[in-house]
Design a protein around this ligand. Structure first.
Ligand code: B12
Ligand code: SF4
Length: 496
């Protein structure tokens, strides 16, 4: 069968780096293993139009991925495909997993896969192939006919039969054995067209950069985090399986740097130490790698970090979120400020670079608590402090809190990006002006100190990316006009 996997075009308001979509790379790999002819169309790096691509390839099945800011583009993409070619269109990813009906109601979407996608995708492919054997000249309408009931017992799906009725099947259990999955199929991507998530080497966009995921899920449930995709049960790959993929990335694909994408890679410290030991023993530690996401600060001993450093780890991130003890408790991070201090100290003592993730505008934040966050960032002094404007994603506790007690200032999914200067909501005394003021202040206070400036000026990265860095600096440091007009407009419309 011919299957197409699509990443709809979506560019953030800042120049972010692009990377091959790991979820699609896994889906491509399981389809290839099934024997399908696979094409990945990543609209962010393609020159061809989606219509031309589909008319040329004529897929039997199309899968489109969608996080929240991407979902409208995913719908547009689905519509454009249906206009030129008839085949079932499946949507998957973080947004549609939380709000499956919203997408499935669209006339051009047939099926939504909720949660982890590999097994459901293969199940759909098998059912379609079986049907095609009987009905080589078929239409999606006939395939989705309610009398056939093809997807009645297909777990993890929300789908629409051709009479327009939506069906919500029970969830699919998470994949128990992650070692059973093939490695992400990067050969379907135009790898030369991507940059990388965060440079680990100093050559910036010139390096061959790959991602890897050694575990899935997270046992925590921080109130702001969108954990809709991966189940609460944290599952990991065996160290040997991780080593084999790592060797493949370095020796066969020529990886010059690797980004580990796990949500919480150090839930089982012993496993991570085993991976590090294997990387050292197998002489794979010459390729620098980083944790793209935060690792848990309460499980970051100096011994573990020292071993990871020897294994090639260049930089680690920690989700700090806030510098106020009470706020930290309220987001359910299950860590305290002293533990975070210790984790940064440990990382610095073994000469690891650090990133701190901070959130400005959490529910309950005041001028004082946001100032505590800025002060804490300065005290911890990571190489990179990443301040995000709190964005309440559907499915999170914060989303529910804001819906009940606050006032959303955005109503378009395309605005659900957090590297932007605009406040997303207001609650109590926390006005948009205040949050935006503190957000800008955070960047100014942190980066306009002598030590980060000197540190940045010394890197090749800074000079190679000077125009881009200047644009980001200008956007971040020059205050914009107050957002009162926007708030009034939203209020006038009676939105949320
Ligand atoms: C790496 C990453 C990024 C990278 C790269 C994104 C990419 N191209 O993959 C960068 C830094 C660019 C990024 C940016 C953003 N990200 Co991000 N990111 C991640 C992260 C950490 C890992 C993604 C990943 O590889 N997962 C592993 C793979 C295996 O999972 P997956 O991609 O979800 O795919 C599986 C399922 O979703 C499903 N599936 C997905 N698509 C499809 C399609 C079909 C047809 C089917 C059947 C199944 C299916 O099956 C896949 C295999 O199991 C996740 C957290 C997480 N744990 O997933 C956040 C996450 C996806 N990001 C998130 C957010 C909010 C963003 C931003 C909006 C943030 C911002 N800057 O404002 C932007 C959006 C950028 C954009 N252009 O779309 C949220 C999404 C929440 C939501 N409701 O949408 C997440 C879940 C983080 C979180 N916990 O809150 N991100
Ligand atoms: S923020 Fe980190 S620790 Fe908290 S739920 Fe999300 S992934 Fe887990």
């Amino acid at each position: 069968m011919r299957v197409a996997l699509i990443n709809p075009r979506f560019r953030l308001p800042i120049d972010t780096r692009t990377t091959a979509h790991l979820g699609l790379a896994y889906l491509a790999a399981v389809s290839e293993r099934r024997g399908d002819e696979v094409r990945v169309f990543d609209a962010d790096v393609e020159e061809q139009s989606i219509a031309d691509f589909v008319q040329e390839f004529r897929p039997h099945l199309v899968g489109i991925t969608a996080n929240t800011p991407q979902v409208k583009q995913a719908w547009r993409t689905a519509r454009m495909i249906k206009e030129v070619h008839d085949c079932p269109i499946v949507l998957g990813g973080p947004h549609v997993s939380v709000l499956p009906e919203e997408s499935c109601e669209k006339p051009y979407v047939d099926i939504v896969v909720r949660g982890e996608g590999e097994d459901a995708w293969i199940d759909i492919s098998n059912r379609l192939e079986a049907y095609l054997k009987e009905q080589p000249a078929y239409s999606t309408e006939a395939f989705m006919h309610p009398e056939l009931g093809i997807f009645e017992d297909c777990a993890g799906l929300t789908y629409k039969t051709s009479d327009g009725l939506l069906h919500n099947n029970p969830d699919r259990p998470p994949i128990a054995d992650l070692d059973s999955l093939p490695w992400p199929a990067y050969h379907f991507f135009k790898m030369g067209r991507y940059t990388n998530l965060q440079p680990a080497t100093d050559h910036v966009d010139g390096s061959r950069s790959f991602s890897i995921m050694t575990s899935r899920g997270c046992p925590y449930r921080c109130t702001f985090c969108s954990q809709s995709i991966m189940p609460i049960k944290w599952r990991s790959r065996s160290p040997e399986n991780v080593l084999a993929e790592w060797r493949h990335l370095v020796e066969e694909l020529g990886a010059e740097e690797i980004g580990v994408l796990d949500d919480s890679a150090n839930i089982r410290v012993k496993r991570l130490e085993e991976i590090a030991t294997l990387l050292i023993e197998n002489k794979l530690n010459h390729v620098p790698w980083i944790f793209v996401n935060g690792i848990r600060a309460n499980l970051a001993s100096k011994e573990m970090l020292g071993l990871l450093k020897k294994a090639g780890l260049k930089r680690t991130a920690f989700g700090v979120e806030t510098g106020n003890a009470e706020m930290l408790r309220s987001v359910d991070k299950k860590v305290d400020l002293d533990t975070i201090r210790q984790a940064f100290k440990n990382a610095k003592e073994v000469n690891l670079e650090t990133i701190g993730f901070f959130i400005i505008g959490l529910p309950g934040d005041t001028r004082k608590t946001m100032q505590d966050t800025i002060n804490f960032a300065i005290e911890l002094d990571p190489v990179i402090a990443n301040f995000s404007m709190m964005t309440p994603y559907p499915g999170t506790k914060v989303y529910e809190i804001v819906k009940r007690q606050g006032r959303m200032l955005i109503s378009d999914w395309e605005d659900y990006v957090f590297f932007d200067q605009k406040a997303r909501y207001e609650m109590g005394d926390m006005t948009a002006e205040l949050v935006e003021e503190m957000y800008r202040k955070a960047y100014r206070r942190f980066y306009l100190r002598p030590s980060p400036i000197i540190r940045r000026l010394k890197t090749k990265d800074f000079w190679m990316n000077l125009p881009r860095n200047m644009r980001i600096a200008l956007r971040t440091f020059i205050p914009k006009k107050e957002k009162t007009a926007l708030r009034k407009a939203v209020e006038a419309e009676g939105a949320l």
